[in-house]
Design a protein around this ligand. Structure first.
Ligand SMILES: Cc1ncc(COP(=O)(O)O)c(C=O)c1O
Length: 412
């Protein structure tokens, strides 16, 4: 490789040297592998697990499986890091699949009306496994009651409280549960009193506007300050609603097994709410592109993918095979893969990451057949594009394990 035009200041020289080392490390590790491939660096995954644990300050963390989508990784984290307890699944089919794979203590993070898949979960419940369903509407609860009565089980449910904050002209957060406080929850709670096959086991309040909004984006100092201010106000407005709901439920005699909150982006803030007994985290483990710019933390890039350079289109312009792995959410350039290694590779603005070919520019001279590395904007979505993950530790491929997709599983 030639010299980079970054080689100018001592700090940039140092950064480039470090990244070059990383590039050579991964290039050597994957030298004999078929490309494209996706990988998880277990040394960095371990470091991320440890720093999440430090950030959580002793509060147990449920693994958001949507942000991992690989049974091997979920098992590895649960078996090796006591800070992780249980999982948050995103569909009942996935919950049943995970139970089948020997993973227990499953909280379904989102409501469902899928009869066939609920039925699989009820069979698992009947066999003594732990699955809790998310509800925020009488229709969710009524379906569970009917099916649980037929199956002869009592179904644990978790009430989802929406913690978004509305400012004049701005809804700061998501639109999910219609329940925003205890008063909203009362009719559902009253109705549940006459449903003997559902049992309120937990409360979840996910503060998406604190967890999922980066507040240290480069080149946006004013926006960052504004976002941190909005987050501070949103915390003061929303946390008392979650606390009020929990207190009112306890006064009514409900013995909650857990109160769940947070995500990777909000750990430091969520643990300030004394009503929260457990967190949910996922993205901080792979630490994808969208999690690079938060004021409170920085995790390590533990997951990525390698594309082979297949063409030298012009001097400094290359085409790679594959790469168009765009993340969900409002379509914008931040949903594209993040160019990672070697340092100085860039996507081309007018072309982006392509369906079968991705054009890049590089300050360094690249050879046909060499890999270049990218990171997905989101965590688990990477696994929907690959059948397997190459697990790297100490410069060696420790194992190649299937993703959900590699196990023939696609939940949605
Ligand atoms: C209900 C819920 N809890 C927690 C999370 C946090 O997950 P992560 O740590 O991957 O951001 C999410 C993410 O979307 C979520 O929907």
């Amino acid at each position: 490789m030639g010299r980079s035009r970054f080689d100018r200041t001592p700090l940039l020289r140092y950064t480039v040297r470090m990244l070059n080392r990383e590039y050579e490390y991964y290039r050597e590790t994957f030298r004999r592998e078929r490309l494209p491939l996706a990988f998880v660096d277990l040394d960095l995954l371990d470091a991320n697990a440890k720093s999440l644990s430090d950030r959580a300050g002793g509060l147990p963390m449920r693994l958001a499986t949507k942000s991992l989508r690989c049974v091997w990784i979920v098992r590895y984290l649960l078996n090796n890091f006591p800070c992780f307890r249980g999982v948050m699944a995103f569909s009942p089919g996935e919950a049943a699949f995970l139970i089948d794979q020997g993973i227990d203590d499953v909280l379904l993070g989102y409501p469902t009306m899928e009869v066939t898949e609920i039925s699989l979960c009820l069979q698992a419940l009947k066999a003594g496994r732990s699955i809790c369903f998310m509800v925020d509407h009488i229709d969710h609860v009524q379906l569970l009651e009917t099916m649980a009565a037929e199956a002869g089980v009592v179904v644990p449910v978790c009430l989802d409280i929406d913690l978004s904050t509305s400012f004049p002209g701005l809804h700061f957060g998501v639109f999910r549960s219609p329940i925003t406080n205890f008063r909203d929850a009362e009719p559902l709670l009253m109705a549940m009193q006459s449903l003997p096959h559902v049992h309120l086991e937990g409360v979840m309040g996910y503060e998406a506007q604190l967890a999922g909004v980066a507040d240290a984006s480069p080149g946006s100092p004013v926006q960052n300050i504004l976002l941190r201010l909005l987050k501070w106000i949103a915390k003061r407005e929303s946390f008392p609603r979650r606390q009020g709901l929990v207190r009112a439920l306890e006064n009514l005699g409900h013995q909650l097994r857990f109160v769940n909150g947070g995500g990777t982006g909000s750990i430091e803030i969520t643990i300030q709410d004394s009503s929260v007994t457990e967190l949910t985290v996922g993205s901080g483990l792979y630490s994808p592109g969208l999690f690079d710019h938060y004021a409170n933390f920085r995790h390590l890039p533990a997951a990525g993918f390698a594309l082979p350079v297949v063409r030298v289109a012009r001097p400094g312009i290359y085409a790679c095979a594959g790469g168009g792995y765009i993340a969900s959410g409002p379509t914008a350039s931040d949903k594209q893969p993040t160019p990672y290694l070697p340092p100085g590779i860039k996507l081309m603005k007018l072309l982006g990451a392509g369906e079968v070919q991705t054009s890049i520019t590089s300050d360094l001279t690249l050879k046909i057949g060499e890999p270049v590395f990218f990171r997905h904007a989101k965590a688990g979505e990477l696994c929907e594009r690959f059948n397997s993950l190459h697990l790297v530790r100490g410069g060696k491929i420790e194992a190649i394990v299937p993703t959900y997709r590699g196990q023939g599983q696609c939940f949605f």
